[in-house]
Design a protein around this ligand. Structure first.
Ligand code: NI
Ligand code: MN
Length: 226
């Protein structure tokens, strides 16, 4: 399975021949200035919550690619009002089978207003299961005991976790999250973009190693095989 990192919490994963893009925030991310959003292909765009640093480029990429938006009800309707015709609204606890596999929406402890101040519903994480691999994307969240439910829903091959602290889990809490969801492979996101979330990458990787876990931090624009 190939994962391409586009900076902050934006990444794409190809699942059973379909390209899933998560939380596109590229044009507003100085660190991702070499990424051209017109070059990004997507069949689906999954949005964890309504904050600008997760949805800023969703409308443009959905319109350019014809991708289907998968998001919480309020975020999906907000985009529908902007002329997005292909969307699939979901909410906490719900699961739906798409042509690439299934998506289950799980709890995230965070907030979720939209950029214009509209109510964004509840923030969420996603479990994606498929005939290839299964993974969990935490979205923006605190460490929560609800993560202990995730292995009951699916056997996870890897997790994409926020690690930047201040607004979300930091390194230590993300290690606890990896243990709860029962994976030893983590791709870290939501770090370094702003001053509040700068991390020391070497220290983070070493801390994971000490816990017998692997932390992958692909460069912006890099594709890794997982
Ligand atoms: Ni957020
Ligand atoms: Mn965020």
């Amino acid at each position: 399975m190939n994962l391409t990192f586009y900076g902050h919490s934006c990444f794409s994963i190809e699942v059973c021949g379909k390209k899933l893009l998560f939380d596109p925030f590229i044009t507003g991310n100085e660190l991702a200035k070499n990424i051209d959003i017109n070059s990004i292909e997507a069949d689906y765009i999954l949005l964890s919550h309504g904050h600008r640093d997760h949805i800023e480029d969703a409308e443009a990429i959905a319109k350019a690619t014809g991708a289907t938006i998968i998001a919480g009800f309020e975020v999906a309707m907000w985009l529908a009002d902007k002329g997005i015709s292909k969307y699939h609204p979901m909410n906490h606890g719900g699961k739906w089978t798409f042509d690439f596999g299934a998506v289950k929406c799980v709890n995230a402890i965070h907030s979720s207003s939209l950029p214009d101040g509209s109510y964004g519903g509840n923030p969420m994480g996603f479990i994606v299961t498929s005939n290839e691999k299964n993974f969990y994307y935490s979205g923006d969240t605190a460490l929560t005991m609800d993560m202990q439910l995730i292995p009951k829903f699916a056997k996870i091959d890897f997790a994409i976790l926020c690690i930047g602290d201040n607004f979300t889990m930091g390194i230590e809490d993300s290690v606890e999250a990896a243990k709860m969801v029962q994976t030893n492979k983590v791709i870290g996101v939501h770090y370094d973009t702003f001053g509040y979330i700068k991390i020391d990458q070497r220290t983070a990787i070493d801390f994971y190693k000490k816990n017998e876990l692997e932390l992958l931090l692909p460069a912006i624009g890099e594709t890794i095989t997982i």
